[in-house]
Design a protein around this ligand. Structure first.
Ligand SMILES: NC(=O)c1ccc[n+]([C@@H]2O[C@H](COP(=O)([O-])OP(=O)(O)OC[C@H]3O[C@@H](n4cnc5c(N)ncnc54)[C@H](OP(=O)(O)O)[C@@H]3O)[C@@H](O)[C@H]2O)c1
Length: 254
């Protein structure tokens, strides 16, 4: 990390596990105070506790990002406690059921869109309003290599991850003059619960196939993605906006 974030405030959604938890820990390591959101209270509180035990500051706010009232409460809590918002990582996401498009149920479709797309938009709305008023900030949306390519069985997930890149670019065109930088990250297969649910685990056929396509031949770690998220938010990335950063062990070279 090339810049200190001491005195800065970061909101991370989906901070109860995986990439979001790693981002919370990395922001805190850089000196930022972390406001983390997720639905699972026990796991969310654990992330906050990990940060506090290592000398940082963090608060967990139980939030369903698909619920606009919850999202409003999240940012209200952030402002009431800390008075500002410098960085945001819109990371919460679900893979949905894994079936071909024509077999997708409407309820499952709606759920993936609600969390992965509407949830990010609801958060962006709040983040942008706060950052405009205070004179700037930096936001990272967590897309996926699934935002760049198709993948069988993951129709709505793939659609939302593509959409996030469009949302990111449009937000840049609308709010760069407000001194807000907005980027996206596109991770490949990262070692989290979601990856296990998706492939069926490290020994599964799907995993072996994906690994055969990756020049690095391994899953990435949440910490490797968190490093990029925090760098994109930092002043070290002051001329970087509208970028979709691929962090995939070389998968997209195929
Ligand atoms: N792992 C990969 O291979 C990979 C690759 C590319 C992109 N990604 C993206 O990375 C992000 C994080 O995924 P992960 O791999 O770290 O998986 P994960 O461990 O399952 O984390 C997902 C996080 O999202 C939160 N979440 C889900 N639905 C939510 C909701 N409605 N409201 C608030 N929080 C919600 C979960 O918390 P609660 O359950 O407590 O709500 C959890 O903290 C996702 O957007 C995913 O699409 C992952």
């Amino acid at each position: 990390m090339t810049a200190t974030m001491t005195g800065k405030i970061a909101v991370v959604t989906g901070g109860s596990s995986g990439i979001g938890q790693a981002a919370c820990l990395r922001f805190a390591q850089a000196g930022a105070t972390v406001v983390l959101a997720a639905r699972r209270a026990k796991e969310g509180e654990e992330t906050a506790q990990m940060i506090r035990e290592s000398g940082g500051q963090a608060v967990f706010v139980q939030t369903d990002v698909a619920n606009s009232t919850d999202v409003t409460t999240l940012f209200k809590t952030c402002l009431e406690r800390y008075g500002r918002l410098d960085y945001a990582c819109n990371n919460a996401g679900i893979e949905g059921t894994i079936v071909p498009l024509a077999e997708y149920s409407e309820a499952d479709w709606d759920q993936v869109i609600a969390v992965n797309l509407k949830g990010v938009w609801l958060c962006l709305k709040e983040e942008i309003q706060i950052m405009r008023q205070q004179g700037g900030g930096a936001i990272v949306n967590v897309s996926s290599v699934g935002g760049l390519i198709g993948f069988p069985g993951l129709g709505p997930y793939i659609a939302t991850k593509h959409a996030l890149l469009g949302l990111t670019k449009t937000a840049v065109l609308e709010y760069t003059t407000d001194n807000i930088r907005i980027n996206a990250v596109c991770p490949g297969l990262i070692d989290t619960d979601l990856a296990d649910r998706f492939t069926g685990g490290a020994e599964s056929e799907a995993e072996q196939f994906l690994m055969s396509l990756k020049p690095m031949g391994r899953r990435g770690t949440s910490a490797e993605v968190a490093e990029a998220i925090v760098w994109l938010c930092s002043d070290a990335a002051s001329y970087v906006t509208g970028h979709s950063m691929v962090i995939d062990g070389g998968l997209m070279t195929i």
